[in-house]
Design a protein around this ligand. Structure first.
Ligand code: PMV
Length: 350
């Protein structure tokens, strides 16, 4: 849907064209990138390995949920080293995470035509792998740090394509700030619809789960089409996308809010009706959804959305942020409330 080219075309466009690799010089870069929250979700892929989505998605890049990545080329090193900074200490992040990072570095090295080991140190300001798009911020930061360390100057579209090849589709959106759409352009890149300054929307996040989710979004994408409602969702999406684009363009929160919430429920309807079924929600998720409906009945314009996890993002306007945050912090099972909002996208720190 909305994809003018076939998956193998995307593949061609994102392949490196160098045939011989040269050893990278010793160089480094540090980049901070932020997560994003999808208003219209990417769920289901035409080609999961090449990350070709079934549908177009739209998101808001955040400003507080950050991943920082320090990347250093260390040409004499045979193997990559991946470290995670946790509570001020440098820890080994475990094989699953390291393997994903190394696999992405392999793709980036191939694309750039360089070889040699790389040391990566990363840090998250928020719980990773719990449905809060840590892969989006993490892999966009890693991709940007790689190209900057090499002194390359790719276009934003190229950065988006490269980030997407990490396996995390949402990373393609996190290389842009503001409001971002992914899936309409034939080269597989995302595009900025509006900069952050266009509309100051807030995202108050009710964290109900900080551990790693049991089912990865990759498995979720793989199973999506087994839901009997998946095709129907695809039929409904063009109108929903159009409403979202128009509401963003015209600052129409009354139109945007209901679509955001309807879309999130749809995503979870698909996960719960996939075979086998995936339940991302936990009891406090439902309690937060109820609290938000209750806020609305008292005249507060706030709308819930969830990615592939139990945490609830409540989208509202600045004047309601305080009320929403106070309300969410009182819901039983909410362990932390993060007050976030629209952000500017990645930035270099060194
Ligand atoms: O970026 P991925 O491959 O982890 O998939 C993201 C899936 C959702 O967060 C549920 C939706 C989205 O568009 O961000």
């Amino acid at each position: 849907m909305n994809l003018p080219v076939e998956p193998d075309e995307w593949e061609k466009m994102t392949q490196g064209d160098s045939t011989t690799a040269t050893k990278a010089a010793e160089s480094a870069a540090t980049v901070e990138s932020t997560a994003n929250i999808a208003f219209i979700k990417y769920w289901g892929a035409r080609d999961l390995d090449e990350v070709v989505p079934e549908n177009t998605s739209i998101s808001m890049t955040l400003r507080e949920c950050r991943s920082k990545c320090h990347l250093r080329f260390s040409p004499e090193r045979e193997k990559d080293e991946v470290w995670l900074e946790l509570d001020g200490a440098r820890v080994n992040p475990g094989a699953g995470f390291s393997d994903r990072v190394t696999a992405h570095l392999d793709r980036l090295r191939e694309w750039a035509g360089v070889e040699g080991g790389i040391v990566v140190e990363t840090w998250n300001s928020f719980p990773a792998a719990s449905g809060m798009a840590s892969s989006a911020s993490g892999f966009s930061a890693l991709t940007c740090a790689f190209v900057l360390a090499l002194g390359l100057e790719p276009t934003p579209a190229e950065l988006s394509i490269l980030s997407r090849r990490s396996g995390s589709g949402s990373a393609a959106r996190s290389v842009f700030g503001g409001y971002v759409e992914w899936g309409r352009l034939g080269d597989g890149s995302a595009e900025q619809l509006h900069p952050a300054s266009h509309w100051d929307l807030r995202d108050v996040i009710a964290v109900v789960e900080t551990g790693e989710k049991e089912i990865s979004s990759r498995d979720g994408h793989r199973l999506a089409a087994t839901s009997p409602y998946f095709e129907r969702r695809l039929e409904l999406l063009p109108e929903r996308l159009e409403t979202t684009r128009r509401a963003l363009r015209e600052h129409d929160f009354g139109a945007l809010g209901p679509v955001i919430e309807e879309e999130a429920i749809d995503l979870h309807l698909i996960t719960m009706s996939s075979r086998p079924a995936i339940y991302y929600w936990k009891p406090p998720t439902l309690a937060v959804l109820e609290a938000v409906r209750d806020l609305r009945s008292r005249g507060v314009a706030a709308f819930s959305t969830m990615d592939a996890g139990a945490n609830v993002h409540v989208i509202c306007q600045p004047e309601d942020e305080e009320t929403v945050a106070a309300c969410l912090s009182r819901v039983q099972g909410v362990v932390r409330v993060i007050r976030d909002g629209v952000g500017e996208g990645p930035r270099r720190l060194d």
